[in-house]
Ligand binder design. Structure first.
Ligand code: F6P
Length: 303
């Protein structure tokens, strides 16, 4: 490494998803192999940046991670301007900037979804050079077609719906499947379509419980004695009286009870939850994350 070689930092923040390690590897390999840079990985998102916890990324730490789920750097939902420290909430932006300069970084790559907003905050309030890479299973980062993590999560949810078909059909049941996605319905719409769900409920289109009820009863009368209902975690009813009164009930829990009550059909709920974010990334996510990671370095004007 020459004396004038540059240094780049990298962190993963927000919820994890598949492809994070592929992106870290893409950034680091391009930086090291193409530009002879030093690469610093901050641990646990913006918290590691504020607390100056990091590891140098090279050789062994980058080997064998392309196919790994999660993030080798760890992540957190901590925000630089609002971080809990003991029983206080502290603005750590100045600390983050001081650590960046102490390590003589030329840029910081922030990989995240909602993290984009926090990265922009750092860009506006400091002299740090920031590059962001969009990731999320929810596929809801503005200006993107697909974020890495999304393709794998769609595959997982689709496989779950496929598997629910056989048990639903054997028991002649209505199977409600709750799919993650925060306030958006991308994951539910895609996996519901791919898995052939009979009803798909997404936040963008508030649902009418009577329409769903009628459709389930009509299927049952036509000797289709089972149904699959894919429900986004952020789904909401048209009618306010259908909003769960128990604040601990999710939309899917409430809908499951109501559909059982209204149709008289045996109904079960499967909540996919964090399973959707786990395990090895699909080929498409590995490729997208690697391309983005590489471009973050090769296309960045400051480096
Ligand atoms: O943003 C990704 C996501 O998995 C959403 O789909 C979900 O609403 C949320 O994160 C869950 O957050 P946590 O992992 O903090 O429980």
């Amino acid at each position: 490494m020459s004396n004038d070689s540059k240094s780049i930092g990298i962190l993963t923040a927000g919820g994890d998803c598949q492809g994070l390690n592929a992106a870290i590897r893409g950034v680091a390999k391009a930086a090291i192999n193409q530009y002879d840079m030093e690469v610093i990985g901050f641990l646990d998102g913006f918290r590691g940046l504020a607390e100056n916890r990091y590891e140098r990324l090279a050789g062994d730490s980058l080997s064998g991670i392309l196919t790994l789920g999660g993030t080798i750097l760890g992540t957190s939902r901590d925000k630089p301007h609002k971080m809990s420290v003991g029983d206080k909430v502290v603005d750590t932006i100045a600390q983050a900037e001081a650590n960046y300069h102490k390590l003589h970084l030329d840029a910081l790559v922030c990989i995240g979804g909602g993290t984009q907003k926090n990265a922009v905050r750092l860009l506006k309030k400091t002299n740090m050079k920031i590059i962001t890479l969009p990731k999320t299973i929810d596929n809801d980062v503005w200006g993107t077609d697909d974020c890495f993590g999304y393709d794998t999560a769609v595959e997982i949810a689709t496989e779950a719906i496929d598997r629910l078909h056989s048990t639903a059909s054997s028991h002649h049941r209505v199977m409600v499947v709750e799919v993650m996605g925060h306030n958006t319905g991308w994951l539910t719409a895609a996996s519901g379509l791919a898995g052939g769900a009979d009803v798909i409920v997404i936040p963008e289109i508030p649902y009418d419980i009577n329409v769903i009820k009628k459709s389930l009863i009509s299927r049952n009368r036509k000797s289709k004695r089972f149904s699959i209902v894919a429900v986004a975690e952020g789904a909401r009813p048209k009618d306010d009286s259908e909003i769960p009164t128990d604040f601990e009930d999710s939309a899917a829990v409430h809908l499951t009870h109501r559909l059982a009550e209204l149709t008289g059909l045996e109904t079960r709920l499967t909540s996919l939850g964090h399973v959707m974010r786990g395990g090895t990334p699909s080929a498409a996510d590995r490729i997208l994350a690697t391309k983005l990671g590489t471009k973050a370095v090769t296309r960045f004007p400051y480096l």
